[in-house]
Design a protein around this ligand. Structure first.
Ligand code: C2O
Ligand code: CU
Ligand code: CU
Length: 493
């Protein structure tokens, strides 16, 4: 339905939000949850593990009897799961068979900026882009998606996205559920608006239409499956949740309020499992949870309205107060026994001491510190391998979040207080509620390149496309003199 909400700061007049409200109770869980296939790699002449992605147009049956024109990688909608181990030398051939230029960004991957797949690495129609790097980071659930400036929202919405799982020998032996698609299950959560004729409705994709957050759909897809159910065959199931929606914020939990163990956030495992009952996820964020099932269980994973607090009226703007069924879990009887969860997951350190400068970023009307994204402007120079304190201030009454490339971060504080349990892990994307300030310890990668920038931006894709993005380079002391003023001596790799 249509609801009227209070005017947002900086916007004239009333804002109309076309909100999906609630689909709870309307699903029959008719469709078996699709599991994105694991992509095989070949070993190339240089000894690299080489993956191939072909971006294509296609048509997908989300709703029974209705075809929807979609985009995907190696298929009609979404893409396969890539998987690599710490220490692997990998390469990807990304061929663009879409009707327009795009890019593929490795969200959360620690790699040199010219391999990052952001706005400076466009892939023209029928061209193949060939990034390569050495995987060197802790085990984590990462993902890939287009990132061309001003068209990220439609390209992701049409279906180009997939997971990239990193394994690490240091944590391989943990007794965690690890059979892909059986008890280690990716859940890519997205909301869509699908018209009666099956077309994806893109009408509020970009800011400038009627909403301040961009598109909110009323149909939830999980791994591209509408109305999904998953058959549980083991006592413990690990779910790798990814919010790959354009704007919607989810508060994930089970219909029977059972608790579950949070074991990892965006950039890797927590020090120890944390018991939680609800988990907020803003666009781009990931979480790994382990859920215990009893034989015969029949329970729905949902998105709930958030707990009441001052910001709830504003969070509604990103769909955060809607209620949605995501996927139903149906457990067989008997279940295969699972080993107990380990009490300690990793010796992930507390936030590292800061070794660099401090940076304050104030979010405005699709700006950071009053500026919108410019491709040849540099917004920050950081020392390669340093840790800076970044304070991200949302002075607005609309929701935003914040993602940094080429780095991982710890949340030091939220409005001066200790972060909640779900923000205590290592992250690369964080929700920044209206009126709040999030303090981060950002650990930058050691790669020095004064010519290729990394991005920071709001991951509400309409905001990002509207210019709520900035650029930084990481440089060694020797490279610092090469950076003059805020103009980039760009080489488009
Ligand atoms: Cu997931 Cu800069 O993006
Ligand atoms: Cu990213
Ligand atoms: Cu935003």
């Amino acid at each position: 339905g249509i609801v009227v909400v209070a005017p947002a700061v900086g916007f004239a007049g009333w804002v109309w939000v076309d909100s999906g409200r609630s689909n709870t109770g309307t699903l029959a869980f008719r469709n078996r949850l699709r599991i994105p296939p694991l992509l095989d790699a070949t070993t190339d002449a240089d000894g690299r593990r080489r993956f191939r992605l072909e971006l294509r147009t296609g048509s997908t049956e989300f709703l029974p009897g209705t075809r929807t024109a979609t985009w995907g990688a190696n298929g009609s909608y979404l893409g396969p799961t890539l998987r690599a181990r710490r220490g692997d030398r990998v390469a990807v051939d990304v061929t663009n068979r879409l009707p327009e230029t795009t890019s593929i960004h490795w969200h959360g991957m620690h790699l040199p900026a010219r391999m990052d797949g952001g706005p400076h690495q466009p892939i023209a129609r029928d061209a193949t882009w060939q990034p390569y790097w050495t995987v060197d980071q802790p085990a984590a659930t990462l993902w890939y998606h287009p990132h061309l400036h001003q068209v990220t929202a439609p390209h992701v919405y049409r279906g180009v996205a997939g997971m990239f799982l990193v394994d690490d020998p240091a944590t391989d032996d943990l007794p965690l559920p690890k059979r892909y698609g059986v008890d280690d299950v990716p859940l890519i959560v997205q909301d869509k608006k699908i018209a009666d004729d099956g077309t994806l409705d893109e009408s509020k994709m970009t800011f400038g239409g009627l909403t301040v957050t961009g598109l909110l759909g009323d149909k939830i897809l999980v791994n591209g499956t509408y109305d999904p159910r998953f058959e549980v065959t083991t006592e413990l199931v690990r779910l790798r949740l990814l919010n790959a929606s354009n704007a919607r914020i989810y508060h994930v939990g089970f219909a029977d309020d059972r608790e579950f163990a949070l074991i990892a956030m965006d950039a890797g495992l927590l020090g120890a499992p944390e018991r939680v009952g609800r988990l907020p996820l803003s666009p781009g964020e990931r979480a790994e949870i382990v859920v215990r099932f009893a034989p015969g269980d029949d329970v729905v994973l949902k998105s709930f309205p958030p707990p009441l607090r001052a910001n709830v009226a504003y969070e509604r703007l990103a769909g955060g107060d809607d209620e949605h069924d995501l996927v139903k879990f149906v457990a067989v009887d008997p279940l295969r026994p699972s080993p107990a969860l380990p009490a300690v997951l990793t010796s992930t350190p507390a936030p590292p001491p800061t070794t660099g400068e401090e940076f304050r970023l104030t979010m405005g009307d699709f700006t950071f510190n009053g500026r919108t994204m410019e491709m040849d402007r540099l917004d920050r120079v950081v020392g390669a391998g340093t840790v800076e304190r970044w304070d991200v201030v949302n002075g607005q009454s609309i929701p935003h979040n914040f993602h940094v490339h080429g780095a991982s971060f710890h949340v030091l504080d939220v409005d001066g207080g200790a972060p909640p349990a779900h923000l205590r892990g290592v992250k690369d994307t964080v929700y920044v509620a209206p009126g709040s300030t999030v303090g981060l310890a950002v650990s930058f990668l050691p790669h020095s390149d004064p010519r290729s920038p990394y991005m920071f931006h709001c991951h509400l894709l309409a905001h990002e496309d509207s210019g709520m993005m900035g650029q930084f380079v990481t440089v060694s002391d020797a490279d610092r003199p090469l950076v003059r003023g805020d103009r980039l001596p760009l080489t488009h790799a």
